[in-house]
Design a protein around this ligand. Structure first.
Ligand SMILES: [Zn+2]
Length: 672
């Protein structure tokens, strides 16, 4: 840690900030929205994921005793699933004493410790099934798996203080350095599936060993420069010898971000999860090495991903073929991809860009993922998961497709599953929620940033001392947040509060007096890049009150998003809504929201979880006289209906039925 700090001190920060997140360890969540999700995580999700991984053989694969003819043959990336579970379990154990869980975690570490080979390598598939082919096949996910194991070991170290697992993984990292950088015995240069790059930065932070940071930089620098490095040996624009998946050119250079060196990548593209993990590590390295060119590439990729290729829910992969980010503005609703892992990856990327430049647009996207794109991946009881997250669902269509395709369903599922063959998402949402405290507070010198409004308590270290901060709120259901901070202890410090991008007229008062209201600032207060900077010397009474009015709003999409043309999506505060058949006994896809829908909102239970639901007025065509008709000249009568909308993250928790985020809207073409 000492060397790490010294390097940070020595950095020449030319224009780049170096903002530190307040870690999950220093933030305690109370009984608010996320505190309750963490309880569900600790009570339900962590066990649900473990049980499925045990049943499918993922845990026992690490015993390395599988033999041909036995069930549950190990798979190349199974360890990465288990590793993410371990990471989540380690976070949970810091706050929740659970002997059985601790035992499960330590037993897996025993297996990895015992199974690691002389050189330091561990992968349950390769050590069991192909011990002679270590680091020979770039598509085999070995470095991806190694990266997740490293992240798990870091979480275990921070949670328990024990270096047992961390030491196992530094041996692995040392071996990887030998194989890829020093002796180059590996058969390829850059990982097929990125992840280890960001894990190595974290390993450097945890150990202070700069070689790990340099190895991360090596992997980022070499990517896109080695003509030998190809996924399935397919160059852009050439036809593969053995075309995968219906001859789609999925696995080309762009698929794994091999089409250009990192600093020259022109656009956000390719496999979405690989992209987000990769871009996250690029942002880490840009900050640490003060690498302006790499930073500019990150900004280019960020803008492209968030301004042209992201769903209103935050989903970041519109292209099912290749699980890819896809083309600008092509964001299909029903056959979307929007993988839960990609939403989580985008939150990682956003957090790292915020560390370089404090701009509310990054925290806005993190919030969008927290309450929508990522959270929708988990059922309200914490035991079932979406891999891909659709914005429109018609179960009758899905069931038809299941009947005619013997491969994986072409449309996203309308029910959450308990486990997947490729089960990356369940443990990813587990670890994301378990460490959600990391996204709330951040510091730089004597500035305290509050980026997310979450019921919480935190002990925070600023340059001139420690202070305690507490937030009291039922956000996102209520509009008010009360922040208590012992400001008198640190009169020279500054508190920077994010004004959410979705909020039209936020107001802030200190000691009962408004300091920001109707976009007017009191003297001494500054608004910069969406953050309101208030000197602690002004907060004599220790309390800052924030109000974020949350009327129901109708969002429209850029006109180039064909699938949302003429439609609106409902949002209240940071929460995106959808309509489900469970609440509405008419055809959702035919419904037109009235010009004045007279929105109302109330708190209701969905499967025992309180959520704010919305009601409004709409019109649907009368159903009569269509039985013998498919098409006819337009003459339908409309009837008024009342509709109910539910938070998108809460959909598919009741009986299956149609769902839609985008809704037709009664036109008001010329504003009369
Ligand atoms: Zn996933």
């Amino acid at each position: 840690m000492k060397r790490f700090n010294a390097l940070i001190e020595g950095m020449k920060l030319m224009g780049m900030h170096n903002i530190a997140q307040v870690t999950w360890k220093d933030v305690k969540l109370g009984e608010g929205f996320w505190g309750k999700w963490q309880q569900t995580n600790a009570r339900s999700t962590v066990n649900a994921v473990y049980d499925r991984f045990f049943e499918t053989g993922r845990i026992n694969a690490m015993r390395l005793d599988w033999k041909e003819g036995m069930p549950n043959k190990p798979h190349i990336f199974w360890d990465s699933d288990v590793a993410k579970w371990m990471e989540g379990a380690a976070y949970i154990l810091y706050y929740h004493e659970d002997d059985e869980l601790r035992q499960k975690l330590e037993q897996i570490i025993d297996l990895i410790e015992a199974g690691q080979n002389e050189a330091g390598y561990f992968n349950s598939y390769f050590l069991t099934c192909e011990p002679d082919n270590i680091f020979q096949d770039r598509t085999a996910h070995e470095l991806y798996t190694a990266g997740h194991l490293m992240e798990a070991s870091i979480a275990h170290y921070y949670s328990t203080g024990s270096k047992r697992f961390l030491n196992v993984m530094t041996r692995f990292a040392d071996y990887i350095e030998q194989a890829f950088k020093l002796n180059k015995t590996a058969n390829y240069s850059a990982p097929g599936h990125q992840e280890i790059e960001l894990a190595l930065v974290r390993l450097w932070q945890a150990t202070g060993e700069k070689r790990y940071l340099e190895l991360s930089k090596h992997f980022v620098d070499v990517r896109g420069t080695d003509p030998h490095d190809r996924i399935f040996s397919v160059r852009n624009g050439t036809w593969p010898a053995d075309p995968p998946l219906n001859s789609q050119l999925l696995y080309n250079d762009t698929y794994a971000q091999d089409d250009a060196p990192a600093r020259e990548l022109p656009a956000a593209a390719g496999h979405a999860v690989r992209a987000m993990y990769y871009y996250s590590s690029m942002a880490d390295l840009a900050r640490v090495y003060n690498d302006e060119e790499l930073y500019q590439a990150c900004l280019r990729l960020w803008d492209d991903a968030t301004l042209r290729k992201m769903y209103v829910t935050g989903g970041v992969s519109g292209e099912r073929f290749g699980e890819a980010i896809g083309a600008s503005y092509i964001l299909p609703n029903q056959d979307s991809y929007a993988e839960t892992c990609a939403s989580i990856g985008m939150a990682f990327f956003a957090q790292r860009l915020f560390s370089i430049h404090p701009d509310a647009r990054y925290a806005d996207i993190i919030e969008r993922q927290m309450y929508n794109g990522a959270l929708a991946g988990l059922s309200l009881d914490g035991s079932a998961f979406f891999y891909d997250n659709a914005l429109k669902s018609a179960p009758a269509h899905n069931d038809f497709l299941k009947g005619v395709h013997d491969t994986r369903n072409l449309f996203p599922n309308y029910r959450r599953e308990r486990v997947f063959e490729c089960s990356c998402c369940p443990p990813n949402i587990l670890r994301f929620i378990a460490a959600i405290g990391e996204y709330i507070y951040a510091t730089e010198k004597d500035t305290l940033y509050i980026s997310q409004y979450v019921q919480s308590n935190a002990d925070i270290q600023l340059a001139s001392g420690a202070l305690h901060v507490a937030q009291t709120t039922n956000y996102p259901w209520t509009e008010t947040v009360s922040i208590q901070v012992d400001a008198a202890r640190m009169p020279d410090a500054v508190i920077a509060l994010r004004m959410p991008g979705w909020c039209v007229n936020p107001s802030v008062s200190v000691n009962g007096a408004a300091v920001y209201d109707q976009h007017t600032l009191a003297s001494g207060i500054e608004l910069k890049h969406g953050y309101l900077y208030i000197p602690m010397s002004m907060i004599a009474g220790d309390t800052v009150e924030l109000k974020f009015p949350m009327p129901v709003v109708e969002l429209e999409a850029n006109p180039l998003v064909a699938e949302a043309a003429g439609k609106v999506a409902l949002m209240r505060g940071p929460v995106v809504y959808c309509l489900e058949a469970a609440d509405n006994d008419f055809n959702l896809f035919d419904m037109i929201v009235l010009r004045d829908p007279q929105y109302r909102q109330d708190l209701r239970d969905v499967n025992g979880v309180p959520v704010v639901m919305l009601q409004g007025q709409a019109a649907v065509r009368s159903r009569g006289n269509w039985e013998q008709t498919l098409y006819r000249m337009g003459s339908s009568k409309y009837e008024k209906v009342a509709f109910t909308a539910v938070p998108y993250f809460a959909w598919a928790n009741r009986e299956a039925g149609d769902m839609s985020v985008w809704l037709q809207k009664e036109s008001n073409l010329f504003g009369e």
